[in-house]
Design a protein around this ligand. Sequence first.
Ligand code: TXA
Ligand code: MG
Length: 326
Amino acid sequence: MENGVPRVLRFDGEAVGPATDVLRCGGLVAVPTETVYGLAADATHGEGVAGIYAAKGRPSFNPLIAHVSDIAMAERYVTFDPLSRKLAETFWPGPLTLVLPLREDSGIHPLVTAGLSTLAVRMPRGDVGKIIRALGHPIAAPSANTSGKISATTAEAVRDDLGDRVDLILDGGPCSVGVESTIVKIDGDKAYLLRPGGIAAEEIEAVIGRKLIRLDQRAAIEAPGMLASHYAPDAAVRLNTTEVKLGEALLAFGPVRAKGVENAVAVLNLSERGDLREAAANLFSYMKQLDASGARTIAVEPIPETGLGEAINDRLRRAAAPREGA
Ligand code: TXA
Ligand code: MG
């Protein structure tokens, strides 16, 4: 880092060495994954992991996901039950996080799990696996944003938000999925959905042959990241809008049905053709752009609750939730 400006490198083969060096020294590297950018530290390096909490301003009781390069690496740290193994074999690499019992003497720093006896693990898609392999242990990485704010899906968004609180930013372009991973926990013959995300619940249910049990209030304990207010832009957020009020920004979905569009100071359409994957990929960057328009409120058109719509609506509800102190 020089003069408070983080180093930004295009993420190609040549960036693996410098990124691994920063991680070995307990530094922080922002890495692109298919879901969102992650703020990574070596998961076995106490100072590194503590640096994540400090940079994000994250409550220290909120555990982190350990990112592995393959199932074999995951097995060194956690034990798989048969259903979780089936899910890993089906969806890894990909936007699925599994919460699994942590092995004793795993070497994972306790700050990663916030003292829990389980570890959230996932194998991300793309070249970040090369860094994990070169490092030789998992990287702990939450989304690369200030705690409670919108997750970053571009390198510019990381730089704007975290600035010099990160040592190195790897620019791999915009994230293809755009919302965080789906988090699942298997417990005996029960399967819990701890967070809807980049893989639709229906797809997971088809693989494990049972319904996912949605955790609502309990989720606050099981996955403390499921805090009510999260992903919050500066502007207020109004959901299921059918009419735009003067001075609002409109986040549309599909053919625009809302009345009063001429009142909007800015309009962006998550997906004109009503495609939920496209909408997920655009969600966080469009929220940021509408926030930057200066509108006091972002009005959002209704979005179907099926497939990736469940994750999109989850993030939007959190963005609209009452804020602390507000
Ligand atoms: O797509 C993603 O998952 C991104 C990219 C960077 O991989 N990461 C991400 O991390 O979204 P983060 O820290 O923003 O969210 C992690 C979630 C939190 O809700 C946390 O509470 C939950 O995972 N979590 C972590 N460890 C857990 C555990 N042992 N049991 C239950 N929930 C856990
Ligand atoms: Mg996050």
